[in-house]
Each structure stands twice: as structure tokens, then as C-alpha cells.
Design a protein around this ligand. Structure first.
Ligand code: PXG
Ligand code: PLP
Length: 443
């Protein structure tokens, strides 16, 4: 691989230790179904659906064909003051999947853009209603909302903010995260303790006044930071508090959307309807970048009414509703429906839960948690070297033909929803062996 290393210099890789990667690169050249193929011809079982996005499995023929057909027929269409039918059709189809009265859809190009869009819609909503003192945005500790300035401001992952801390959005607060290993370790499904963590919002309300707060944004399940689940009753409580105080509630479902937790959205699964839902990733099965914000009818109507003529919302992207992405989205939603993949995720979840909880006895494991087809396996950090145990596990698994995702010392598993039971056994079996090797070798 040394001959390649000079060729790898120009790309500044995202969220990657560039120097380490370029010394020992891991390159993928093909994918099909549940597997990647590496540049040296090895098969790797995809335990993470790419980066939580390939929910229907890789290189699905109907999606490939839809993208190719669109590229041939309508490569690009301006979305400002013009439109094309597939984008409208996709919005209609998506609104059928969205919970409650969320039936208006704004298209973006990614999760980060969806988050910035949702925050701006929240501000525009209050402004349109003459409530323009509601400008404060509330996120949560350890939250991940992408990498735009809005997203890192409401986000609560310190590493993502540190270098930019002096220039973040000014009126932002964070409520506490929901991780409570002391009470909830090795919980199965949603953890029993911690609904009251939602009441931390009352602290912010007491400090600043409810009338200054525009919106609260949370991931129903915090993915990036290491699979932090919502305790039973927590999201309901957050909804009640927001309702009581006229605050919009945004669920960031970039990861939890499209079947990951055993329903169309986590909102559907827990039975809580937020005011806005951000999404991306699984929307197009990861095949073409695309995101969206689902908006409650009343929020959309208020913005329309606040602006009786002309452009109602001064916001949009060159690639909002891109034809190739729209085609990929429609084909993806067709597969989810025709193969019943959301239901499949729900019905496989008990098998998945039993399998991943077997890792409880592997060395170094301090927690296993699961929801739908997601699992978090938290490892004890090595003294003075946090993150190294997780990183070693990632590299050794990859060498053994298993792709996992690691943040710090927490392993996140989130396979495509087409995974078979035998593949679950393989994933968990190899991971257990690797954790033993990592503990023995100290590397
Ligand atoms: N919100 C949430 C909840 C996310 O998980 C984003 C916003 C940003 O989406 P884009 O498309 O701009 O990346 C995300 C993205 C990981 C991992 O390994 C997670 C994400 C992205 C890359 C890696 O946990 N989440
Ligand atoms: N920068 C410049 C100079 C632009 O002209 C545009 C869009 O026209 C953008 C940024 C925004 O790009 P996008 O719409 O792809 O987000």
C-alpha cells in the first residue's frame, strides 16, 4: 500500500486521523447487499450500514436504475421558482410516513443542512407569529446535529465545538444528557430510569423565561456520541414541557429515521409527535446525498400567513429536491415498503437484543444497550488512554472482515435492516473474539 500513500495526500478526509489513515489506508472499492469489498479483495460484513445510512443494503438494483434513468432524463432542475414532478411526489410519499400532522417537507442535501433548516424554520415561525423575542435554542449535552454553525452550536459534543467556541450562536443552552450507567446498565430496549432528565428544561426556562425560547432539539436516540437511549417516558415529558411553554420540539432523526428503531421514525415508535423532524441518510439509502425537514401543518401555515405575498421563507439550497436524489428517494421508499423493512427491523429486534447482550461477558465490556437494530457496547477506557481500546477493536474487527463504528470507547452497531440471523451471529461472534484479543494484547 505504500505506493498509494502519495496519491492519498490531496484529500483532507472528514472526521479522520488523516496522518494515521494515510500511513495505513483502508479502502473500499465495491459493495453489495450486506458486504463491502476492500481494495485487496477482502469481504467485509457491514455492521454499520455505512455510516448509519444504507438501511436497505448496498447497491440495490431498483435504486441504481432510478438514479441512472434520472441522470439520463433530467440531470438537474433549479428548485427556486421552478420544480420537477419527482420532488413533489417524494414529498407526498414522505408525508405519508411522517407521524401526526407532519405533512410539509423541505428538502436539503444532508443532515447538517436539515438541522440548520429546522432551526431557521423555528425562528421564522415565532417571528411570523409576532413572537420575535423567542430566539433561544436549546440542545442537549452530547448531542450531535451535524457540523454547520447552527448544528455545532446546539450540539453538545465538546470536541466538535472547541476550535470554534468563540463564534458559535449566542443564545443557546444545553439540557443534560440521558446517560445513566449507574441505574441503567445492561438495559434491554429503552432504559427504565431517567424520564425526569427532561425536567432539566425547566432550569433553562427558569433562568431565561419560557418566552425567550424558540425550540428544543434532541436526537430521540443520540447516535454519534455512542448510542444514548431515551429513558421510558422521557420524550413524552419533553413534549409536555414544550407544549406547556409554547416551545417547538425538533426531533433530529437523521439516524433514527427510516426503520432503524423498528418504525418509520422514532417518533412513531415512541408515540410522540414533535413539531419538526430532521432526516437524511436512510432517506435515499445513502446512495445520493439528500436530507429533509418534516414540518407540522400548523408551523407551515403560520409561516405562510405571516407573509401574505412573495417568498415566505428566505432559505434553500441549490440541491434542494435534486432530481437524482428524488429518484433515489422514491426507489428507496418503494423498497422499504415492498420488503417491509421497518417491520423487519422490529421483528428481528428481539433476536438482535439477545445476540448483542451475549457480549456482556466479553472482557472490558461495561455496558450493552439496544433499541431496534442498534446496539451500543461500552468498553472500559484504558487508564490514561481513553479511546485506544475502542480504536483497537475497530481496526482488528476490520482486519477480521467486520465493519463496526466506534466513538471513544463505545462501539455502535447498526447493520442494514436486511441482515440475516446468521450474519448477526457472525457479527457478534467475531466482535466477542476481538474484544478478548484486545484485552489480552493490550492493543
Ligand atoms: N444529526 C444527526 C442526529 C446525525 O446523526 C447529522 C445530523 C449530520 O448529518 P450529515 O449528513 O450532515 O453528516 C448526523 C450525522 C457516526 C456518524 O459514526 C454519525 C453521523 C455522521 C457521520 C458519522 O456516528 N451523523
Ligand atoms: N457560495 C456561493 C458563491 C454560491 O453561489 C452558492 C449558491 O449559489 C452557495 C455558496 C450555496 O451553495 P448551495 O446552494 O449548494 O448550498
Amino acid at each position: 500500500m505504500t505506493t498509494m500513500s502519495t496519491e492519498l495526500e490531496a484529500q483532507w478526509m472528514p472526521f479522520t486521523a488523516n496522518r494515521a489513515f494515510k500511513r495505513a489506508p483502508r479502502l473500499l472499492v465495491r459493495a453489495k447487499g450486506m458486504h463491502y469489498t476492500t481494495v485487496d479483495g477482502r469481504q467485509v460484513l457491514d455492521g454499520t450500514a455505512g455510516l448509519w445510512c444504507v438501511n436497505a443494503g448496498h447497491c440495490r438494483e431498483p435504486i441504481v436504475e432510478a438514479i441512472a434513468a434520472s441522470a439520463r432524463e433530467l440531470d438537474y432542475a433549479p428548485g427556486f421558482q421552478l420544480g420537477h414532478p419527482a420532488a413533489f411526489e417524494l414529498a407526498n410519499r414522505l408525508s405519508e410516513l411522517l407521524p401526526g400532522d407532519i405533512d410539509r417537507v423541505f428538502f436539503t442535501g444532508s443532515g447538517s443542512e436539515s438541522v440548520d433548516t429546522a432551526l431557521k424554520i423555528a425562528l421564522a415561525y415565532h417571528n411570523a407569529r409576532g413572537d420575535s423575542q423567542r430566539v433561544r435554542l436549546v440542545g442537549r449535552q452530547r448531542g450531535y446535529h451535524g457540523v454547520g454553525f447552527g448544528g455545532i452550536s446546539v450540539g453538545g459534543i465538546e470536541n466538535n465545538r472547541r476550535a470554534f467556541a468563540s463564534q458559535l450562536l449566542p443564545a443557546v443552552d444545553h439540557i443534560r444528557h440521558t446517560h445513566d450507567l449507574a441505574r441503567n446498565s445492561f438495559s434491554r430496549g429503552l432504559p427504565p430510569h431517567g424520564a425526569e432528565f427532561a425536567d432539566d428544561l425547566e432550569r433553562v426556562i427558569a433562568e431565561h423565561g419560557a418566552g425567550t425560547i424558540a425550540a428544543v432539539i434532541v436526537e430521540p436516540m443520540a447516535g454519534s456520541t455512542g448510542v444514548l437511549l431515551p429513558p421510558v417516558g422521557y420524550l413524552q415529558r419533553l413534549r409536555e414541557l414544550c407544549d406547556r411553554h409554547g416551545i417547538l420540539l425538533i426531533f433530529d432523526e437523521v439516524i433514527t429515521g427510516f426503520g432503524r428503531v423498528g418504525g418509520a421514525f422514532a417518533a412513531n415508535v415512541v408515540g410522540v409527535t414533535p413539531d419538526l423532524i430532521t432526516m437524511a441518510k436512510g432517506f435515499t439509502n445513502g446512495a445520493v446525498p439528500m436530507g429533509a425537514v418534516g414540518v407540522r401543518r400548523g408551523v407551515y401555515d403560520a409561516v405562510m400567513e405571516g407573509s401574505p405575498s412573495g417568498i415566505e421563507l428566505f432559505h434553500g439550497y441549490t440541491y434542494s429536491g435534486h432530481p437524482l436524489a428524488s429518484a433515489a428517494g422514491l426507489a428507496t421508499l418503494d423498497i422499504y415498503a415492498s420488503e417491509g423493512l421497518f417491520e423487519r427491523a422490529a421483528s428481528l429486534a428481539p433476536y438482535w437484543e439477545d445476540a448483542v447482550h451475549e457480549l456482556r461477558s466479553a472482557p472490558g465490556v461495561i455496558d450493552v444497550r439496544n433499541w431496534g437494530l442498534v446496539a451500543g457496547i461500552e468498553l472500559e477506557p484504558r487508564t490514561g488512554a481513553p479511546g485506544t481500546r475502542g480504536n483497537d477493536a475497530f481496526i482488528r474487527n476490520f482486519e477480521r472482515g467486520i465493519l463496526i463504528r466506534v466513538t471513544g470507547d463505545t462501539i455502535a452497531l447498526s447493520p442494514p435492516l436486511i441482515i440475516e440471523k446468521a450474519e448477526i451471529d457472525e457479527l457478534v461472534g467475531v466482535l466477542g473474539e476481538v474484544l478478548t484479543e484486545v484485552a489480552k494484547s493490550g492493543r
